[in-house]
Design a protein around this ligand. Structure first.
Ligand code: ADP
Length: 363
């Protein structure tokens, strides 16, 4: 199987450059999630990987095959989509309505293959996605989740080296989405297929992929394991985008920072400062709430302003002594403190510390 290597990639539409020198390496057999806000250039990257759009500069390599290269210093190369050995799973099935499931899946197979061989391969991939019993159903007879299974089977039928998944779970309801993405992940892992999943959903990226590439303004700004990007965001924006972030103004000194939660242990995130005005970032699970009688006199004291109940937990908005308002989650099962109650918020583990947004620190 092939890994994917994207180097110094520039691309866009007419004079508009969307990708501005993007680099991304996905090792063979791994799944990378390309995670970015709307407009960050995810679809443009996917279109270049698929061969629907030619790059303005840079290279795309699958294994040892240069599939697209442009610009000075590179051999000019362009392998068309049908010769790239890729499978594409689009946002919503995009199945042919007049063809049954088998014919839709068989559509992905090369025209020249023998009829019997094609039929056997169709049966095999339908089995992989647990859709054998629907082989003769028409797309409109299937649920959204079943249509996505068929779309996956169609993408896998020609044994692609690289599978591109374009927000394939977005249209599904929450519980089906979680189940299907786990199944798809397992299947691709078992087949050893390199996969790139484009998504704007940070939870999907963190829970599904081996590697997360965070995109912003046409660049990959951080790539790492889900744990690395969640735990060590390179900058404040990545910290805010990947997971919930509790942001508190602080003054940093070395491995500590003073803020409305008292003195917290910190680790510099990215090029963060170790001295002076800064922002500390905590994840909600690092905050613990207690209600001692002398709450108001303790570090980290605050007052509950709002409470919303979510079953598994409650989300509180706590106003700290300096007026900073932060979200705190408390586990379900016990009644949460009520608005107006005095509480103490304490911190477990290390906070990350970053420059105040917009400020540039001397290196
Ligand atoms: P994402 O998938 O992350 O939402 P896109 O790659 O679709 O981002 O878009 C990135 C930028 O490119 C956006 O500013 C968008 O307006 C622009 N864009 C996308 N498609 C076209 C197009 N066909 N022509 C011109 N600009 C486009």
């Amino acid at each position: 199987m092939s890994g994917v290597e994207v180097a110094s990639l520039r691309g866009g539409y007419g004079p508009v450059e969307v990708l501005r020198g993007l680099d991304l390496t996905v090792p063979s057999g791994e799944m990378a999630a390309v995670l970015g806000a709307s407009g960050s250039g995810k679809t443009t990257l996917l279109r270049i990987l698929a061969g629907f759009l030619r790059p303005m500069a840079g290279t795309v390599t699958f294994g040892d095959r240069l599939v697209a290269g442009a610009g000075s210093g590179f051999p000019h190369a362009f392998i068309p989509p049908e010769k790239r050995r890729i499978g594409i799973v689009p946002q919503e099935g995009a199945l042919f309505p007049h063809l049954d499931v088998s014919a839709n899946v068989g559509f992905g197979l090369p025209r020249g293959s023998a009829r019997g061989q094609s039929a056997a391969r169709v049966d095999e991939v339908l089995e992989m996605v647990s859709m054998s019993e629907y082989a003769h159903a028409r797309p409109h007879e299937l649920s959204g989740g079943q249509q996505q299974r068929v779309a996956l089977a169609r993408a896998l039928a020609p044994r692609p080296e690289v599978v591109l998944l374009d927000e394939p779970f977005t249209a599904l309801d929450a519980s089906l989405r979680t189940r299907l993405r786990a199944e798809v992940r397992e299947l691709l892992r078992a087949l050893g297929t390199t996969a790139i999943l484009v998504t704007h959903d940070q939870e999907e990226a963190l829970s599904t992929a081996d590697l997360v590439a965070v995109m912003r303004d046409g660049l990959v700004v951080q790539v790492g394991t889900p744990l690395e990007v969640y735990d060590e965001p390179v900058d404040l924006e990545v910290a805010r985008f990947v997971g919930d972030a509790v942001e508190i103004p602080a003054v940093a000194h070395g491995d500590r920072a003073s803020c409305a939660l008292g003195t917290v242990s910190v680790r510099a995130g990215g090029d963060g400062p170790t001295e002076g005005a800064a922002v500390v970032i905590l994840r909600p699970e690092q905050l613990l709430l207690s209600c001692p009688v002398n709450a108001a006199t303790l570090p980290g004291s605050g007052v509950v302003r709002e409470t919303s109940y979510h079953g598994h937990d409650s989300l509180l908005r706590v106003e700290l002594a300096d007026g900073t308002s932060i979200p705190v989650r408390v586990p379900g099962g016990t009644p949460p403190p009520r608005p107006g109650e005095a509480v103490v918020v304490s911190v477990t583990g290390e906070a990350r510390v970053y420059p105040v947004a917009g400020e540039v620190y001397a290196q």
